[in-house]
Each structure stands twice: as structure tokens, then as C-alpha cells.
Design a binder for this molecule. Sequence first.
Ligand SMILES: [Zn+2]
Length: 72
Amino acid sequence: MPPTPKKRLAKARTRSRKANWRLPALTLIPCPKCGNLRLAHHVCPICGTYRGMEVVEIEVKEAKKEKGKEAG
Ligand SMILES: [Zn+2]
């Protein structure tokens, strides 16, 4: 026999438990270099800087052909 709950949970109990499921709001801060909103403690996706240093080289988006090559 499958395990069965001994008692039925009240709707309020289920719903109050699920009330805590939502994710916390994202922390967005303006980038000091370009002013774009970015996630805190993350490299800026627009200018590729973190703590004033350029960490990631941002490529200019080109034709969709290249993306197809990367996927396949
Ligand atoms: Zn930036």
C-alpha cells in the first residue's frame, strides 16, 4: 500500500506554506561605467567591467550564422 497522509491538510496550511515560495527581488544596481542596471556582484553585460576593470571582452552582435555554428 502506498504511504497515505493520516490527516488532510487544511487549505490555509497548504497555502501559507506556499506563500514563502517566491524568489527574493533581484538586486539591480547601476553600473558605474555605463550606467546600465546590472545584477549586484556580477560583471556588467553591457561594458564587461567589474570593479572598474574590464574583465570580459564584449563582442558586437553580428549575423545569426555564427550563433548557429556555436549551437551545432
Ligand atoms: Zn557597464
